[in-house]
Design a binder for this molecule. Structure first.
Ligand SMILES: *Cc1c(COP(=O)(O)O)cnc(C)c1O
Length: 394
């Protein structure tokens, strides 16, 4: 039983992890697990990657924090690096994904303000997840997450995911829209991958209407999708992109990147954060991004993701409980025909950590450092568990 001195918002937790190394974690009984969830897409380099540990160690003995009253060299280096890798113009650093999205929402509001709109609207999607702050939970397309937290902020219009005509209809009806906020792949929403030209079409609509295209890459970013950012699977550039999870490999950091006019909307005093982009977090993130490059982990994620999908599809092709196996890079979802929370425990007993999202989707987010044999083993283990689950289910 967890201590009653913690608020009970996370529900009951039955596993205590005390150590991690590479693609494995150990519990307080000394049992080892292959981590196929990576702290929810955070530890892309695996646990305690030596380069991140070294960067943290060196920064911890040099300077932890000074606030944004001062120049921070590691922050500037990280910004240069991210701008170079993304094709965007500049960055605001936050401490989490939700806060990166808050910055994006504030940029959209400023964009509306510049057009003299009193109640600027942001188009958001059904099934979306953008965080748990008041604005981001309002942007989130899941009523359970919003329940009991009213009054919710205004300024969001919801349409189905991957439905361009629904947005065209809104565009024809209203003149107060300022932005589209969308995940290139819905993560919490069940690893939902839109049709191939969706982002291109959204880019076109935003160009026609002077809206900002704002991509939430909190989960898909930092190599997870097989590109540094998932929009790089297309030829478009967004106006705003947010990221967080994998950026610090476990050190809390988020980023809101902007391009073109969106990059000019925040002027002195319009936004800020005490911790955002502090020396410790930026040194860690710099080590993460450098390691993604020097160890070719983004390319690796693309190859491994293909392989994982292929294995799973092969081994699950005859399983009557499986509706679809889908994925992009090392973000894989196996949609079953019924709720399958039980699979988490079954996998744990076999020494594998997985996650269930949207009730019936097995989500795999393994580290980008997964070896060939671990990838193979993971596909085997997960398929055999799903077969076992299917037998019990009928
Ligand atoms: C996790 C997530 C967030 C929220 O990030 P936090 O760091 O938990 O605030 C926002 N958007 C997406 C797509 C996410 O996956």
């Amino acid at each position: 039983m967890a201590t009653p001195t913690l608020m009970q918002n996370y529900g009951e937790r039955t596993l205590t992890l005390v150590r991690g190394e590479g693609n494995y974690v150990w519990d307080n009984q000394g049992r080892r697990y292959l981590d196929a969830i990576s702290g929810i897409a955070v530890c892309g380099l695996g646990h305690c990657h030596p380069k991140v540990t070294l960067a943290l160690h060196e920064q911890a003995r040099t300077l932890l924090h000074v606030s944004n009253l001062y120049n921070i060299p590691a922050q500037e280096q990280l910004a240069d690096k991210l701008v170079h890798l993304s094709g965007m113009d500049n960055v605001f650093f936050s401490n989490s994904g939700a806060e990166a999205n808050e910055a994006a929402i504030k940029l959209a509001r400023r964009h509306g303000n510049a057009r003299n709109l009193k109640t600027p609207q942001i188009i958001v999607m059904e099934g979306a997840f953008h965080g748990r702050t008041l604005a981001t939970l309002t942007a989130t397309g899941n009523e359970k997450i919003q329940e009991g937290f009213g009054p919710l902020p205004e300024g969001f219009l919801r349409v189905p995911f991957d439905d361009v005509p629904a947005i065209e209809k809104l565009a024809a009806e209203r003149n107060d829209i300022v932005a589209i906020l969308v995940e290139p792949v819905q993560g919490e929403g069940g690893v939902r991958i839109p049709s191939g030209n969706y982002l291109n079409q959204l880019r076109g609509l935003c160009d026609q209407n002077s809206w900002l295209l704002m991509l939430d890459e909190v989960q898909t970013g930092n190599g997870r999708s097989g590109k540094m950012f998932a929009y790089q699977h297309t030829s478009i550039l967004p106006d705003v992109v947010t990221t967080a999870k994998g950026l610090g490999n476990g050190v809390p950091i988020g980023a809101c990147l902007a391009h073109g006019t969106a990059a000019q909307l925040f002027t002195a005093g319009t936004h800020g954060s005490t911790f955002g982009g502090n020396p410790l977090a930026c040194s860690a993130a710099l080590a993460v991004v450098e390691t993604l490059e020097s160890e070719w982990l983004i390319e690796r994620a693309e190859i491994l993701g293909e392989r994982l999908l292929q294995h799973l599809r092969q081994q699950l092709s005859d399983c009557n409980q499986v509706k679809e196996v889908r994925g992009l890079g090392l973000m894989v979802g196996i949609e079953l025909l019924q709720p399958c929370a039980k699979l988490v425990d079954m996998a744990r007993q076999r020494g594998v950590l997985i996650n269930i999202t949207s009730g019936n989707v097995v989500r795999l987010l393994p580290p980008l450092t997964l070896t060939d044999s671990e990838c193979h083993q993971l596909a085997n283990d997960v398929s055999s568990l799903i077969h076992q689950f299917a037998l019990q289910a009928v």
